[in-house]
Ligand binder design. Sequence first.
Ligand code: 1HE
Length: 269
Amino acid sequence: MISSFNPVTGLLSALDLLQISQSGAVLHVRLNRPAKRNAISDTLIQQLHTCFINLPEGVKAAVVSGEGPHFCAGLDLAALVERDIHSAVLHSRMWHAAFDAIQFGAVPVVAVLQGAVVGGGLELASSCHLRVAEDSAYFGLPEGQRGIFVGGGGSARIPRLIGVARMTDLMLTGRVFDADEAQQMGLVNYRSADGTGLARGLALAERIATNAPISNFAVMHALPRIADQAQSEGLFTESLMAAVAESTPEAQLRLRAFLEGRAGKVVKS
Ligand code: 1HE
């Protein structure tokens, strides 16, 4: 745990497969099942859902990371054996609910990735808004080799990040790719040396937390929907969202601060 982060209290402190801590407006949610390489069991997916629909007061951005050398080994395969068709559909829908709570929740989420980011682990990472990958990170969709299909929203989210053709290749061949290739594909936003990803992710989250909440909301909720709409509907949605954001008191304060020379300029860093 980073020193200025304190463990949360209350409901979220009871989630034993997650280690959740908070520093100011940033929440750090660490998958905490390293003995099983953070494989996602029913309990873990339910705990992620509970966490993201019950964010503590004051949280404006979050980071998801994994304890140990691997971010996440995907679905807990032990739980898959002997599941009937009805419970399989419900199981997949449970994952959808949890990852929707991340993607379409209250705050932007940054994933910090190291080691294996495979199967459902990649689906989890894809439901976050930004991804930081350490050098050790590697990616793959081994579902084909396991005789199954993605069930945690991967078929909807991953092609939106890297395209259907690349997802087809990854699923048909089951090939593993590294952090550099993941960045070239557009899956990874930031690269970081081993051991530095968490600090990078937390710094990004701190910066994101300083944005107006309505702007972050628009990016999380309007942007992906506009991308799914035809251009005419997308432009109309954009106008409505822009008008909502502009008319908030916070926007008025921020605009006035710039005009009166009290806000930062946009300069090269
Ligand atoms: C697991 C899982 C798991 C590890 N389910 N138990 N995901 C996969 O196909 C990936 C499967 N896992 C692996 O390939 C490797 O475990 C790793 C490359 C991730 C890590 O290797 P390593 O050598 O560090 O660890 P390990 O010795 O393989 O695993 C340590 C323990 O974790 C071991 O249990 P133990 O009781 O023998 O100590 C493993 O059995 C256990 N473990 N991964 C269950 N995935 C919504 S649909 C999503 C579909 C998918 O995600 S498919 C992809 C599944």
